[in-house]
Design a protein around this ligand. Structure first.
Ligand SMILES: Cc1cc2nc3c(=O)[nH]c(=O)nc-3n(C[C@H](O)[C@H](O)[C@H](O)COP(=O)(O)OP(=O)(O)OC[C@H]3O[C@@H](n4cnc5c(N)ncnc54)[C@H](O)[C@@H]3O)c2cc1C
Length: 315
């Protein structure tokens, strides 16, 4: 069985940055990826908040991370991680191709946005349908946008969008918002926010330019109304890719991995970085920063075992 100082699960911005830092610190590094290298940023045409580049295509950005990680001697395995095992104080990564032993592991498998599953959603993703106000909000200056969802994230993102949009239509299927009362009161007091309660989105429509309107259905009487807006932001939850861990690491209620501020999980020698982690900002820059810190944590775990951090200390 092959053995590495550091095995990284996932080749997104977090995993690839961890690989660069890990290799530069002199560790042997393997990255396991089930899909193409670069992570979910490859799905977007335009990234405008990666420092140093005013605008870059997401595919190109993900590819540069991969090329950089490869150039410093990172090894790659094309396989799906199906489990992580700890036996006799040793760590083993189980993949669809082979099992490898690791002195340290960084889980950087990312998260997916939960979809609404309505007609037009997939077709217009990146062309009016968005899951990230920080990424796409500035594109809708002085235009009307719709936000779908009723929890804390939806309301916080709706509030953020009021800095750009002329109106923010807040669509929620229940009769009241699920977010905390303080937040709900603050949001509803804002002039730009237009609540649409008891409403679901039945479809999203548009033309060559992207989204132009959406259709809402009143859940009480089934009546349909049309809402004109070039932007629809969907916040109905995220699904962290952590199910393969099978209960090995401590998770938050939404399935994200809990770490301390050194990014150590509940298992010593196992770190988590990026969108899979229990965190309040899911961006390329935060994922990359996590990757760097987790890799240095792994280096210290191997080289200075006496003072390596364990979750519960230095929180
Ligand atoms: C459409 C879109 C637009 C975005 N726009 C922006 C933007 O403008 N600016 C910005 O900063 N952020 C943006 N983001 C968010 C950004 O892409 C993420 O925050 C970032 O990619 C997270 O990096 P990560 O490495 O943690 O996870 P990911 O990028 O999700 O990478 C995780 C990798 O792990 C792999 N993986 C998962 N499970 C397994 C497994 N079991 N075995 C093997 N491999 C596995 C996945 O295939 C994936 O390649 C956008 C996201 C999307 C979807």
């Amino acid at each position: 069985m092959k053995k590495y100082n550091l095995v990284i699960l996932g080749a997104g911005p977090a995993g690839l940055t961890a690989a660069i830092y890990g290799r530069r610190a002199g560790m042997t590094v393997l990255v396991v990826e089930r899909d193409s290298h670069g992570g979910q940023i490859k799905l977007t045409n335009s990234v405008e908040n990666w420092p140093g580049t005013q605008e870059i295509n997401g595919y190109d950005l993900g590819s540069t991370f991969y090329e950089h990680a490869k150039s410093v001697g990172t090894e790659f395995l094309s396989a799906t991680v199906v489990g992580l095992d700890i036996r006799d104080n040793k760590r083993f990564v189980i993949t669809s191709a082979e099992e490898v032993e690791a002195d340290t592991v960084i889980v950087a498998t990312g998260a997916s946005f939960r979809l609404l599953g309505v007609p037009g959603e997939a077709e217009y993703t990146g062309r009016g349908v968005s899951y990230c106000a920080v990424c796409d909000g500035p594109f809708y200056r002085n235009q009307e946008v719709a936000v779908v969802g009723g929890g804390n994230t939806a309301l916080q993102e709706a509030e953020y969008l009021t800095s750009f949009a002329s109106k923010v239509h807040l669509i929620h299927r229940r009769g009241e918002f699920r977010a905390g009362k303080h937040l709900v009161d603050r949001i509803l007091a804002q002039e730009k926010i237009v609540p649409h309660l008891h409403a679901t989105v039945s479809s999203i429509a548009g033309d060559d330019s992207g989204v132009t309107r959406l259709y809402l259905r009143d859940v009480r009487d089934g009546q349909e109304t049309e809402l004109e807006a070039p932007g629809v932001f969907i916040f109905v939850g995220t699904t962290p890719h952590s199910s393969f861990l099978g209960g090995l690491l401590e998770l938050a209620g939404d399935g994200s991995i809990i770490t301390d501020h050194h990014l150590v999980t509940s298992e010593p020698g196992v770190f988590a970085a990026g969108d899979v982690r229990d965190t309040d900002l899911r961006q390329v820059v935060t994922a990359a920063a996590d990757g760097a810190r987790a890799a240095m944590g792994a280096y210290h775990f191997i080289n200075r075992p006496g003072d390596s951090h364990h979750m519960g200390h230095n929180k």
